[in-house]
Design a protein around this ligand. Structure first.
Ligand code: P6P
Length: 336
């Protein structure tokens, strides 16, 4: 039985990745070591998020706690933990975090062959009301041994070697792809291990959920307006789609991945490049969607083919079930 297998044949994330990496004879275990440090960061954040209300970690930075220490906001704390874990792994050279204006270049003695782009706590505006939030990350390999520069991360998403997110919700779930499908691991707090619970996740080809902030409708362009109209008032007699929008990307994307449908953060008059960041929101989620059989589109091109020029660049994004994204691609194509 599955339960027995869980008890005796523990497929932890580390063991799973070791198995994956053993397919590459040249692999020296560097990726497995890098991943184990990302997992450490996720376990820490999971624990901090769950205790936030009690530990008074909620609220604005600048407050002092009873020891008179500078109280750190959860996202600042999470960022510190991930940067320290990634640097100490000795497997990274460049880090880009949503929390840091500039990239972090690891000191020569601790450099490794990976570059990690991440949002340590995406959706953190939802923390105070207990809505699910998450960590999102993408991994590039360094292709030279010279001084690392931002050029090493200003690469299209199609050069990422791995991507994933960890959702801190009713359970703590890490969803990961190293290029051979998408796999979900659930944290077993009694073991402190992420256990494989969702092997080889595939997104339904078509879904009946659309996920967008309808509050921005007055600013949308023609194709997005037409598409959302079609979701609500289908002309072909098919049932209208359901609207589900959490406002936390990891929660909205996780539901889309498991249930199907489409997640949209379009450009609008206020934000011509949309709101979501290319390197550590759009690319990792697009990578996962394609690996799960879905697709991701910017309104102009395949999202993973974007070449970012700045590390905090934004892009519109439409991602999810293959057929649903095809529909909006057709509307943008007919607009040209
Ligand atoms: P809006 C959270 O602040 C975030 O960065 C994503 O997690 C989420 O998808 C998006 O912004 C929500 O933005 O404008 O709909 O509140």
């Amino acid at each position: 039985h599955a339960a027995d297998a869980h008890r005796t044949d523990l497929m932890t994330i580390t063991r799973f990745v070791l198995n994956e990496q053993s397919k590459y004879p040249e692999s020296r275990g560097d990726f497995t070591i890098l991943l184990s440090h990302i997992v450490l960061g996720c376990k820490f954040v999971c624990s901090a998020v769950n205790k936030a209300g009690l530990a008074k970690l909620i609220g604005l930075a600048g407050e002092t706690n009873i020891q008179g220490e500078e109280q750190k906001k959860l996202d600042v704390l999470s960022n510190d933990v991930f940067v320290k874990a990634l640097v100490s792994s000795g497997r990274t050279s460049v880090l880009v975090s949503e929390e840091d204006e500039e990239a972090t270049f690891v000191e020569p003695s601790k450099r490794g062959k990976y570059c990690v782009v991440f949002d340590p706590l995406d959706g953190s505006s939802n923390i105070d009301c207990g809505v699910s939030i998450g960590t999102i990350f993408g991994i590039y390999t360094l292709t030279h041994t010279d001084e690392p520069t931002t050029e090493d991360v200003l690469k299209p998403g199609n050069e990422m070697v791995a991507a994933g997110y960890c959702m801190y919700g009713s359970s703590c779930m890490l969803v990961l792809s190293t290029g051979t499908g998408v796999h979900g691991f659930t944290l077993d707090p009694s073991l402190g291990e992420f256990i494989l619970t969702h092997p080889d996740i595939k997104i339904p080809t078509k879904g009946n959920i659309y996920s967008v902030n309808e509050g921005n409708a007055q600013n949308w362009d023609g194709p997005t307006t037409k598409y959302v109209e079609k979701c609500k008032f289908p002309k072909d007699g098919s049932p209208a789609k359901s609207l589900r929008y959490v406002g936390s990307m990891v929660a909205d994307v996780h539901r889309t991945l498991l249930y199907g449908g489409i997640f949209l953060y379009p450009a609008d008059k206020k934000s011509p490049n949309g709101k979501l960041r290319v390197l550590y929101e759009v690319f990792p989620m697009s990578f996962l969607m394609e690996q799960a059989g879905g697709q991701a589109f910017t309104g102009k091109k395949r999202a993973l083919d974007l070449v970012p020029e700045k590390i905090h660049e934004r892009s519109p994004i439409f991602l999810g079930s293959y057929d649903d994204v095809e529909e909006i691609k057709a509307l943008y194509a007919s607009e040209e």
